[in-house]
Ligand binder design. Structure first.
Ligand code: 13P
Length: 253
């Protein structure tokens, strides 16, 4: 039976030259102490092969991509396939980040296809969801996030769904320094888990990792991760500094 895993994933976004990225990965690999958590470095595409070599022998340190294309291969200039990601040692793929949804127009339908492709390739999706400030203010955030999850994931069989990691990232908390309160995070994570119970049953819902993202840092990680339904974090800005990222990893349960 699968058990729930604590996970801390660093989303480097479009930051770091190749040399800087290798330096960061090396420092994280050196500083990471034995941990129960799975740690994931989601680097820009061009960093992946070199970062893979730098971290491959470190226990619990994994490689992630920030996106992928939904087709196998072909005339899709500028895109990267799941097969390509596999060929450089990627384990996890972030899908549906709010920046992809907003700036690149990624729809729920497209994301459902990407989820299928990632799973068919044997990789693990980190599926992002989250509401804007407008939606939060209108008090429809729970329905909004539940609808994103239904549309992106609920076509999956139980066997496939078990491989999915969910990341709740309220858009108003991303890169703003304004994190969700531990109670706000817990309320949403509990609402997500109860939706999973309805669709896949209690055993699978209990075993699903639900990460919080949005201005997680070395100072607030412990109180967020202490919430019963918060199983780690998806970290942007604070993942670009090795020491702070390690502090966040050490804040997991
Ligand atoms: P910040 O941690 O910089 O707010 O970014 C969160 C995020 O978008 C991670 O995917």
């Amino acid at each position: 039976m699968k058990t729930r895993q604590q996970i801390v994933a660093g989303n480097w976004k479009m930051n770091k030259t190749l040399a800087e990225g290798c330096e960061l990965a090396t420092e994280i690999a050196q500083r990471l102490k034995a941990t129960n958590a799975q740690v994931v470095l989601c680097t820009p595409y061009i960093h992946l092969p070199l970062v893979h070599d730098l971290i491959k022998d470190v226990a619990n340190l994994n490689l992630g991509a920030q996106n992928c294309h939904q087709e196998d291969k072909g005339a899709y200039t500028g895109e990267i396939s799941v097969e390509m990601l596999k060929s450089v040692g990627v384990d996890y793929v972030i899908l549906g980040h709010s920046e992809r949804r907003e700036y690149f127009g990624e729809s729920d339908e497209l994301l459902a296809k990407k989820v299928d492709k990632v799973l068919a390739g044997g990789l693990l999706p980190i599926f992002c969801c989250g509401e804007s400030l407008e939606i939060r203010d209108a008090d429809t955030h729970i329905e909004h996030v539940q609808a994103q999850i239904k549309a992106g994931l609920f076509h999956l069989s139980a066997a496939d769904f078990e491989k999915v990691v969910i990341a709740y990232e309220p858009i108003w908390a991303i890169g703003t320094g304004r994190t969700a309160s531990p109670e706000q995070a817990q309320d949403m994570h509990a609402a997500i888990r109860s939706l999973l119970v309805e669709q896949y049953g209690a055993e699978i819902a209990e075993a699903t990792s639900i990460l919080y993202g949005g201005s997680v840092n070395g100072g607030n990680a412990a109180v967020l991760f202490a919430q019963p339904d918060v199983d780690g974090g998806l970290v942007g800005g604070a993942s670009l500094k090795a020491e702070e990222f390690i502090t966040i990893v050490e804040a997991t349960k």
